[in-house]
Ligand binder design. Structure first.
Ligand SMILES: C[S@@+](CC[C@H](N)C(=O)[O-])C[C@H]1O[C@@H](n2cnc3c(N)ncnc32)[C@H](O)[C@@H]1O
Length: 276
């Protein structure tokens, strides 16, 4: 973990700033947090994790799928939006998963460092190695974020839980939140062929309602593109998402029965919000 990133972090027990020493982060009240040998630090609060987050299998599937470049248009759209509005300061990716998106945004912003925050230790292990200027923190996005007040330049949030009040607190004045959300047509062909969980059509309104009072909308753009996937890649795509929990047993047989090629549409919105 980079020392400059460690000094952005806050103690999950008392909120005091953390200072790095050897492989430990410590606050002035002497609460100490060791770096895991895989390179991330656990800053889960007293209540612990709400659940384990993504499993090792889901994280491995996500890493494979993203490394193959299938979501490259989303990565590009996010990086374009983030680079356009970023006015300086470190980045925080909430629910960062493998750290793939944060790594690409950091490539566009060579002066910045980043924090990949996720509640899954499997995701944090990967994110710790995702980019030389990224550090990984195991924490719950729904509790107080273990980050000091007003130190973050931009927050990224891609298909992941949000915490508008805490995001507002950790951002510098004038900082931005850049969000990727799936549209109701996202993977629609797969959703209907396999009875997967569908995206709520009211999602854009729910996002606006959640952010109201903390953020002003700056703009948004829709990215829609075809995915050309073979059966194994479809299994990877399904395995990296929430359906992995819901339909695990029946899925492999049903995926094997899909016609090939099977056209699938990816459809997301990248939206930018300025800290009020
Ligand atoms: C759909 S994945 C998206 C990951 C990454 N943003 C991406 O698009 O590749 C959602 C991520 O949120 C994480 N997550 C779920 N609940 C969380 C929580 N309460 N706090 C932090 N992360 C959480 C999961 O472990 C998972 O890595």
């Amino acid at each position: 973990m980079l020392d400059e990133v460690a000094r952005l972090l806050a103690c999950p027990h008392c909120g005091g700033g953390l200072e790095p020493a050897d492989r430990t982060l410590r606050c002035s009240a002497n609460h100490a947090f060791d770096l895991a040998k895989q390179g991330y630090v656990s800053l889960l609060g007293g209540r612990g994790a709400p659940g384990p987050g993504d499993t090792a299998e889901m994280v491995a599937a996500r890493a494979d799928f993203l490394a193959a470049g299938h979501y490259a248009p989303i990565v590009e759209a996010l990086a374009d939006s983030a680079a356009d509005v970023h006015t300086g300061g470190p980045l925080l990716d909430l629910g960062a998963g493998t750290g793939h998106y944060l790594a690409h945004v950091l490539e566009r912003l060579p002066a910045e460092a980043g924090i990949a925050l996720d509640v899954s230790k499997y995701a944090s292990r990967r994110a710790a190695k995702g980019h030389p200027r990224a550090s990984a923190v195991l924490a719950d996005a729904w509790q107080a974020l273990p980050v000091r007040d007003g130190v973050v330049g931009s927050v990224l949030n891609v298909f992941a839980p949000r915490n508008p009040a805490e995001t507002h607190r950790v951002l510098r004045p004038g900082g931005h939140l850049v969000v990727v959300t799936p549209n109701s047509g996202h993977l629609a062909e797969l959703v209907s062929a396999l009875d997967l969980l569908s995206v709520d059509e009211r999602k854009p309104q729910r996002l606006a309602d959640q952010l109201a009072g903390h953020f002003e909308p700056v703009g948004s753009n829709v990215r829609e593109f075809p995915l050309n996937l073979d059966v194994a890649e479809i299994a990877t795509l399904v395995g990296m998402g929430p359906n992995a929990w819901h339909l695990a047993e029946s899925l492999p047989a049903r995926i094997a029965e899909l016609p090939t090629p099977f056209p699938i549409t990816a459809s997301v919105t990248v939206s930018v919000h300025r800290r009020s």
